[in-house]
Design a protein around this ligand. Structure first.
Ligand code: ADP
Ligand code: ASP
Ligand code: MG
Length: 413
C-alpha cells in the first residue's frame, strides 16, 4: 500500500463541479489500494479577493491579521472537498493548519514550516480515512495563524509528504506538467518528462510560478518524489517528475526559459569610486527591508562608478526614494529607475559542459532588435533584463533559438 499526497491548486477546485471531479480522482486513487492525503488551495481568485477587501480598508494592513483573513480561503475548500468525498461514500476528515499543528516561525505572510505533528493523521489513515488538509497555513508558537507566501499550498503538500514519508507528492494543476517555458506565453512549449530539482529550483526562483520555490527546496532536501500533473486530464497522465540528476537522463543543454515580470531596475551614477561605496548604497536599501536581486557595477575612467540593481516591483517607489537620499549624501550625478522591465532566464544543468550558450542567446535577441539592459550568470543559468514590451518576443525567440519546441500541441486550459 502506497501513501500518496495530492495537492490541488486554485483552478482545480475553482467550482463545485471541479471539487466533485477532485473527489472522484481522490477516490479512484484510494480504490487502487493507496492511502491518500489531499492538500487544497483556496478556490481560484478567492485569496486575491480577500486581500482586496482588506486593502479597501487599509493599504498596508497588519500582516498577522492578513494571515487570519487569507487563510479562510483554504478552510472553505477543505470543508467542501470533505463534504463531496463523504457524499460519494468515502470517509474523509478535514484539517486546518492549526489542527494538524503545522508549526511555523512568526514571519507572517512568508512563514517557514518548522514542524508537523502527524500522530492524529497516522491514526486517521489507518482508519481508512482520506485526510484533507488546508494548504498555505500554519500556526506559530504563540498560536497565531501564519501563511507561507503566495502559492504556499505547494509547500504544505511537500512538507506533509516529507513528514508522513509519502511514496509520492503529486501537484495537480491546470497544465499537465512542467513545460520548457510558460505555455501561456509560448504555445509551442514542450512538456518535460523529467527535470532535476536543481533546474526546477532555478526555474522557480527566476519567476516560473508553477511551483513555489520553497516546495522545491523542501522536496530536494527531504528527497520527496515530486510530480506535476493536470487535474483537468481524464485518467492518469505521467506529468513531469522532479528528480535528482542521474546518468540515464538525456541531458538537454537548456531545460527551460523562465521570466519574471515582478522586478524593477534602479541606477545611481557618478558616485566616487572608493571602498565602502557599494555598502553605503546597497546597505541603505537592505536596511529598509528591500531585497536586491541582480547587481551590476561599472567603474568609469573619471574615478566615479555607476550601480544598477533590481528589486521587487512592489518595492520600486520606496527603493527609489531611499536611493535618491543616498545619492544626495554621496553627491551622485544621477539617480533614476525603470519599472517596465522583465528578466528572461535560460536554465539548464547542461550549461556546465557547453560553451557558447550566452553568445547564442545574445545574438538571437539582437537579431530581433531586443536591447539587453543587464546580464547575470551562474553555473546553470543566464539571465538578461530587457524592456517589458519584449517579454513574449524574447521568450519565443530564445525558445526557438535553442530548439526547445515540438509540434506545438499542448494540453493546457
Ligand atoms: P495552481 O493554482 O494549481 O497552483 P499555478 O497558477 O500556481 O497553479 O501554476 C500553474 C501555472 O503555471 C500554469 O497555468 C502556467 O501558466 C504557469 N507556468 C509558468 N511556467 C510554467 C512552466 N515552465 N511549465 C508549466 N506551467 C508554467
Ligand atoms: N491560496 C494561496 C494563494 O493564492 C495559496 C495557494 O494557492 O497555494 O497564493
Ligand atoms: Mg500555484
Amino acid at each position: 500500500m502506497a501513501l500518496i499526497v495530492q495537492k490541488y491548486g486554485g483552478t482545480s477546485v475553482g467550482t463545485v463541479e471541479r471539487i466533485q471531479a477532485v473527489a472522484d480522482r481522490v477516490i479512484a486513487t484510494k480504490n487502487k489500494g493507496n492511502q491518500v492525503v489531499v492538500v487544497v488551495s483556496a478556490m481560484s481568485g478567492q485569496t486575491n479577493k480577500l486581500i482586496a477587501l482588506a486593502k479597501d480598508i487599509d493599504e498596508q494592513p497588519p500582516a498577522h491579521e492578513m494571515d487570519v483573513l487569507v487563510s479562510t480561503g483554504e478552510q472553505v475548500t477543505i470543508a467542501l472537498l470533505s463534504i463531496a468525498l463523504m457524499k460519494k461514500g468515502a470517509e474523509a476528515k478535514s484539517y486546518t493548519g492549526s489542527q494538524i499543528k503545522m508549526l511555523t516561525d512568526s514571519a507572517h505572510g512568508k512563514a517557514r514550516i518548522l514542524d508537523i505533528q502527524c500522530d492524529n493523521m497516522q491514526k486517521d489513515l489507518q482508519d481508512n480515512k482520506v485526510i484533507v488538509v488546508a494548504g498555505f497555513q500554519g500556526i506559530d508558537e504563540l498560536g497565531r495563524i501564519t501563511t507561507l507566501g503566495r502559492g504556499g499550498s505547494d509547500t504544505t503538500a511537500v512538507a506533509m509528504a516529507a513528514a508522513l514519508k509519502a511514496d509520492e507528492c503529486q501537484i495537480y494543476t491546470d497544465v499537465d506538467g512542467v513545460y520548457t517555458t510558460d505555455p501561456r506565453v509560448e504555445p509551442k512549449a514542450r512538456k518535460l518528462d523529467r527535470i532535476t530539482f536543481e533546474e526546477m529550483l532555478e526555474m522557480a526562483s527566476l519567476g516560473s510560478k508553477i511551483l513555489q520555490i520553497r516546495s522545491v527546496e523542501f522536496a530536494g532536501k527531504y528527497n520527496v518524489p515530486l510530480r506535476v500533473l493536470s487535474s483537468f486530464e481524464e485518467g492518469e497522465g505521467a506529468g513531469t517528475l522532479i528528480t535528482t540528476e542521474d546518468d540515464e537522463m538525456e541531458q538537454a543543454v537548456i531545460s527551460g526559459i523562465a521570466f519574471n515580470r515582478d522586478e524593477a531596475q534602479l541606477t545611481i551614477s557618478g558616485v566616487p569610486d572608493k571602498p565602502g561605496v557599494a555598502s553605503d548604497i546597497l546597505g541603505a536599501i537592505t536596511k529598509v527591508n528591500i531585497e536586491i536581486d541582480m547587481i551590476v557595477q561599472n567603474v568609469g575612467e573619471d574615478g566615479t562608478t555607476d550601480f544598477t540593481f533590481t528589486v521587487h516591483r512592489n518595492d520600486y517607489v520606496n527603493a527609489l526614494d531611499c536611493l535618491t537620499q543616498t545619492g544626495d549624501k554621496l553627491g551622485a550625478k544621477k539617480v533614476y529607475g525603470n519599472d517596465s522591465i522583465v528578466k528572461l532566464s535560460l536554465v539548464g544543468v547542461g550549461m556546465r559542459s557547453h560553451a557558447g550558450i550566452a553568445s547564442t542567446m545574445f545574438a538571437a535577441l539582437a537579431e530581433e532588435g531586443i536591447n539587453i539592459l543587464m546580464i547575470s550568470t551562474s553555473e546553470i543559468k543566464i539571465s538578461v533584463v530587457v524592456a517589458e514590451k519584449y517579454l513574449e518576443l524574447g521568450v519565443r525567440t530564445l525558445h526557438s533559438a535553442f530548439g526547445l519546441e515540438n509540434d506545438g500541441t499542448l494540453s493546457c486550459i
